[in-house]
Design a protein around this ligand. Sequence first.
Ligand code: GAP
Length: 544
Amino acid sequence: MSQPASKQTERMEKIVSLCKRRGFIFPSSEIYGGINGFWDFGPLGAELKRNVKDLWWKSMTRFRDDVVGLDASIIMHPMTWKASGHVDTFADPMVDCLLTKKRFRADQIEPQSGIIYSYTGARDEASGKEIDEPYSVLLTAGKPPESARKVAIQFYAQRGLTNPVLLGETTEKVENTTRFNPENGSLLTEPRMFNLMFKSHAGPVESDENVVYLRPETAQAIFVQFKNVLETSRQKVPFGIAQIGKAFRNEINPRNYIFRSREFEQMELEFFIKPDEVVEKTAGPVATFREGEWPQGEPQPNWGWQAWHLYWVQERLRWYESIGLGRDSLELHWQSREELAHYAKATVDILYKFPFGAQELEGIAARGNYDLTQHHNTSGKSMEYFDQEAGEKYIPHVIEPSTGVDRLVLALICEAFDEEEVTDEKGKTEVRTVLRFHPRVAPIKVGVFPLLKNKPALVQKALEVRDLLRPHMTVFYDDAGAIGRRYRRQDEAGTPFGITIDFDTIGENGPATEGTVTLRHRDSMKQERVKISDLLGILLPQVQ
Ligand code: GAP
């Protein structure tokens, strides 16, 4: 059941606080006051991120014969971005609050209804000086007219009047307007388009000729290198190129913690396919699917763009499930005709139900052959592929599953976060904070604890266990404090397993339990006695 908004806000605040306290995420350059839209990943965050990227990379490239990898430069020839359309159209509409100067993305302002209080200007009570600049304030339901007047007085005071008297007040009822600041009701500026690419200069001279851009997506490098990869990897269409890397967008309004940042990482696949006409020629009628129908089994020669698109949606959902994001935490949003890019045939967004609402985690787009055609035309270099089976040349079409590492990390943390009341053996009740990460993504897989740190035989055995496991997984050795507190620390870090070396382990209670340890499971808190020699066999299949 969904929780009320205040509970969700509280949950998000707890998550942000835990991430800072436990070293998952820090504000970038915090000692200088931070920088809006930039974040650093601390020791646990860095491990979590690395696990996510490794799992994506393995599932996309190593476990498939038909996808190869690429690791391209962040700064590319600026013509790349002209051809892709980013120079001319990668822009968001921006508006500023006329009172506070706060900047918003015009298309993200929630429509509001109420009464507009408009003024033709204001006069200073003492000096008689007049300002004839019109200004308006939106008064939403439940607020007294005085609050609108107060905002207008602040506006004219900012323009130099000591004691403004408002002039020419008129009112008008309005519904669903996006022209006013939702925080204070002040009128906003007219929308202006703002290009989201970060600009710099390559080389020592800062001139228009050497302007370069930090890439706003990793995808374009894949298109630009299509021919090189094709020729060196001996792949045949259908095949894909995968890439993980940094992307930069000068977002007008970074928000929701790390959800919308200015620097982030993407994991993108461009999966090149035959145009439907070519499929038809070589494999007969192209497979078609009605709404709600999905392709089953292995890819088939008669698959056109629709089957491949649906196939990748399913593959990506399966992958999310394998790292702990089940179907009930995700939603699919099929973009409407109005939302679709002009060249796209279909796009499905996979949304995660964040505490601040269901928001895009990944987009899976059937992009036609728009990108390769643009580079073919702009560079003058052929992007055509000779299909031996069809006996003809064409520019391949593409299916693009594109996701963000940082967003996914946030989704995994939100999904894992839990608080539960537990009662200890002395009957004391406390709240246990636990991150229930899937063992595959958990930053630390196992904690190793000698029961007492001043008993050399326990410590030595514990270090042996640590060294046994270390080559295969991240292990955290901890001998500080009561064992219960050590367990709680690892619960908060999301460590799925804890191993305690006690007097049984070192044979002080007889030979039957010598060489055994307790294995504690984070979620159930249950403990079992297992042989040290069985540990790898038990843990490895769960964490890999
Ligand atoms: N090549 C297609 C492309 O870049 P996109 O929907 O703009 O498509 C793909 O971005 C994914 O990148 C998003 O689904 C999201 O996960 C991530 N992403 C985009 N902008 C982001 C931002 N400002 N902060 C964090 N992640 C972002």
